[in-house]
Unconditional design. Structure first.
Length: 443
């Protein structure tokens, strides 16, 4: 595929109402693909300005500002905050059903109201439980992004360029995140109350990005008619949860793909639960050191590999790409275990960023490829995101429990390294065993 394809390819997408196949993932004839990409990039940058700092800053606010004075209570309060992010991803499959029943512009407005506005309200928090409530609501709202993101990627871009486009969007996300994390980390070190101004401003900026994306989707023909076959009800929203098991039983390749990601996710959650504790209690880091040695370094590393990762996915497929990623990540918990200062954590974060550059490709585009048809893409992506919640609920708590029972970081981090290694083996074995229909979906 020539590089000029991304600039020159202009096709039409038939509305779902007509029943035509929309699987090519092209855009409306009235809007050139280059313009779609430019608008998508602009939204991605504005989105990153808000969400780049939630993953690290909220746990640090617990550790350094709002957590209990009792160390054991503070550790479990930290785990509640970190576990909420993957646990509430389980709601993605419910959000997918809401997406089918709601006009896209209303859905994206709801995304902003539930994901961004609660983060803006962090300006007012005075204690841990207020912080936790805002965090939980925002995390629940953030889960609504996964189904619509998969849908827009499939509708905006043809399959043969989707990996490179998604890599470009990741570059924008990580690049914006690097700058924002750097500035916010320094700002907080000088003024611990800076988060009270940062979050409301970032939420307002993100609203402009949502308005841009709504306009872009409408002009590109990516907005579907509302599905009126099933009225909006609790039973309708819960129906896909029951269907999830049937999909996994019927699609053996997708099931094994999810099993490998479950093993990887267990390892990731063990590390994620313990990182804030290790950094603050053992290494005595504060806002700037933590932000720069974890988030900023990992984003720089991810940025360096995300384009090669997109190239890898387009040529090797999601399974082998994910297998490479899991193998690299096996070094991450070992480096955390041996870290003795800022530089040790930075080295571990760099390795993690490299691995996550490849993971980000397989995480989103694997389910998109394995779904097979445009109509099944949001459901497969929603199932994939929902299972993140399963491993978050189980393994974040397991990591903290192992830490408490053993009195150190060695056992949970060694188990994490073994799980990353096993996940890589599972994914490479799946590539070798996949049936012809899966091969067609990957190529």
């Amino acid at each position: 595929m020539r590089p000029t394809l991304l600039r020159d390819r202009v096709e039409s997408i038939a509305p779902l109402a007509s029943g035509a196949d929309a699987g090519a993932g092209s855009v409306g004839a009235a809007l050139p693909l280059a313009r779609v990409l430019a608008g998508h990039v602009a939204f991605t940058l504005l989105n990153a300005l808000l969400f780049a700092n939630t993953a690290w800053l909220i746990p640090l606010l617990v550790r350094l500002r709002f957590g209990s004075a009792h160390p054991d209570w503070k550790d479990w309060q930290t785990t509640l905050v970190t576990a909420a992010v993957p646990a509430l991803m389980m709601s993605s499959i419910l959000w997918n059903e809401l997406l089918r029943r709601m006009a896209l512009r209303r859905y994206l407005l709801l995304f902003w109201l539930t994901a961004a506005v609660p983060l803006g309200c962090l300006a007012l928090v005075q204690n841990y439980w207020q912080l936790f409530l805002c965090h939980v609501i925002a995390t629940l709202g953030s889960a609504s992004w996964t189904p619509v993101n998969g849908k827009l990627l499939e509708r905006f871009y043809a399959a043969e360029i989707r990996g490179r486009v998604y890599a470009l969007l990741n570059i924008v996300t990580q690049g914006g995140g690097i700058v924002t994390v750097y500035l916010v980390g320094r700002w907080l070190e000088r003024n611990p109350d800076a988060f009270r101004l940062y979050f409301p401003l970032a939420a307002i900026v993100q609203l402009a990005g949502v308005a841009l994306l709504v306009r872009l989707a409408r002009r590109a023909g990516a907005s579907d008619p509302v599905d009126v076959r099933w009225p909006l009800s609790w039973s309708g929203l819960l129906r896909p949860v029951l269907r999830m098991g049937a999909v996994l039983r019927s699609d053996r390749t997708f099931r094994r793909y999810e099993q490998a990601f479950m093993t990887y996710g267990a390892a990731f959650m063990l590390c994620d639960a313990l990182l804030p504790v290790l950094a603050t209690d053992r290494l005595h880091m504060r806002y700037e050191d933590y932000a720069h040695s974890t988030q900023m370094i990992s984003k720089i590393a991810l940025l360096a590999v995300v384009l090669p990762a997109g190239w890898t996915l387009d040529r090797l497929g999601a399974m082998r790409t994910s297998g490479i990623a899991f193998g690299v990540l096996a070094m991450y918990p070992l480096l955390l275990l041996t870290a003795r200062d800022w530089s040790g954590v930075a080295t571990a974060s760099a390795v993690m960023g490299v691995g996550m550059g490849w993971v980000s490709m397989g995480w989103m585009l694997g389910p998109v490829a394995l779904a097979g048809t445009a109509e099944r893409v949001p459901h497969y992506v929603a199932i994939h995101a929902t299972l993140v919640g399963v491993r978050g609920i189980v393994f974040q708590g397991a990591g903290m429990l192992l830490y408490k029972l053993t009195g150190g970081f060695a056992w949970p981090l060694l188990i994490a390294a073994a799980a990353f290694t096993w996940a890589a083996f599972q994914m490479w074995r799946l590539h070798g065993d996949r049936p012809p229909i899966a091969l067609e979906a990957q190529t």
